[in-house]
Design a binder for this molecule. Structure first.
Ligand code: PLP
Length: 360
């Protein structure tokens, strides 16, 4: 066994949770086909591990051609979508050969498709910029772009698409949705609009294809609404162990910078997990964490390879006690909220050095 595997930290990927969350999404939008978003290494769960748990999705959306090819070569027959389309003409041929669909979001990609001589035509998702101003055709140029693609012999099928900038906020989707409806007026093609937040909040966005990401992994797309309120289960547990215990007296402090000082005698556990494992360095004292199945708090600054937890009230917790950094007891969203970020970022940031175990 490689030495690195002996460090007690581990990410456990729960296949049953992925399946369950996909079922929740399908129940929420029963008439839509599901394009499961597995970009960013399956939101940190591993591309193939995520795809395995989400195997009954109707399609998979990825960022790059490499990921799409990996899914094809692993036997996935579903529709595969490149969320930013292709970056170079050479990729067009590989995409066509692999029967891989692509977003077309700008004039350059449109021109590339018109000029290429592809062995087989490709399916495209034509993206409208409905106000996010990241990717997509301007509403006034949208119909023109779609019509050019409709006449392009390299194009096999067209889906109309946009992405919401604020589906997770009070602002909602009314404005971008009306921008989309106006821009797409008179176009008769399948439509794909909704990310996780829109799926869970706005049934009017449940069109031909939905594009859930974060909800499939059991984290919330909406700040302040816990994932469990949507019936979602965490697909990842990040766990480790206590590797040392320190007895403190009043006035002792903990970690770099002595950011936490004990007001009274206390017991402090050192956990084998640090920011080099992907745990957020900005998580302050008080960030939730569980030891032996009991909730407690972190203390002081997170180090590269370790962090400190309060064991004062946890009788029996000692070296070897199991620590849950996030998972069933400690929602990743709660850690993220404490650290001023999102569950998305923490899941994606789990470091390659963390050993992964799949639980079926
Ligand atoms: C990432 C992404 C999604 C999924 O978003 P979630 O908020 O994770 O559900 C959907 N559509 C596009 C275009 C994306 O880039």
């Amino acid at each position: 066994m490689p030495i690195s595997v002996m460090r007690p930290i581990q990410a456990v990927i729960h296949q049953a949770a992925l399946q369950h969350n996909l079922a929740v999404i399908k129940t929420c939008a029963p008439a839509s086909r599901v394009m499961a978003v597995v970009k960013a290494n399956g939101y940190g769960h591993g591309l193939l591990r995520a795809a395995a748990g989400l195997g009954s999705a109707d399609g998979f959306a990825v960022l790059g051609l490499q990921e799409a090819i990996q899914l094809r070569e692993s036997g996935y027959q579903q529709q595969l979508l490149l969320l930013e389309g292709v970056f170079h003409e050479a990729e067009l041929h590989a995409a066509a050969a692999g029967n891989i669909s692509m977003v077309v979001h700008n004039e350059e990609q449109l021109g590339m498709l018109e000029q290429a001589h592809l062995p087989t035509p490709v399916a495209v998702f034509v993206k409208l910029n409905s106000g996010m101003n990241r990717l997509g055709f301007h509403p006034e140029r949208y119909v023109g772009a779609v019509e050019r693609l409709a006449h392009c012999p390299n194009v096999a099928g067209i889906t109309l698409m946009t992405h919401f900038a604020r589906a997770d906020e009070a602002t909602g989707i009314d404005r971008p949705l009306s921008v989309f409806r106006r821009a797409a007026q008179g176009l008769n093609y399948p439509v794909s609009l909704a990310n996780s937040a829109a799926i869970l909040r706005y049934p009017e966005t449940h069109t031909d294809w939905i594009r859930p990401g974060i909800a499939l992994y059991g984290a919330t797309p909406i700040a302040n609404v816990p994932a469990r309120q949507f019936g979602l289960h965490p697909a990842m547990t990040l766990q480790s162990e206590i590797i040392a215990v320190q007895e403190l007296v009043a006035g002792d402090s903990v970690g770099y910078g002595g950011q936490f000082t004990a007001a009274a005698a206390m017991r402090v556990g050192t956990v084998a997990c640090g920011y080099a494992d992907g745990y957020p360095r900005h998580a302050p004292t008080g960030t939730p964490i569980a030891v032996d199945g009991r909730l407690t708090r972190t203390l002081g600054r997170v180090s590269m390879d370790m962090l400190a937890v309060d064991l004062t009230a946890l009788d029996g917790a000692t070296v070897g006690s199991r620590v849950e950094l996030w998972g069933e007891l400690v929602p990743v969203d709660a850690v993220a909220a404490s650290a001023g970020t999102l569950g998305y970022e923490l899941l994606c940031a789990v470091a390659p050095r963390v050993p992964v175990k799949v639980k079926v």
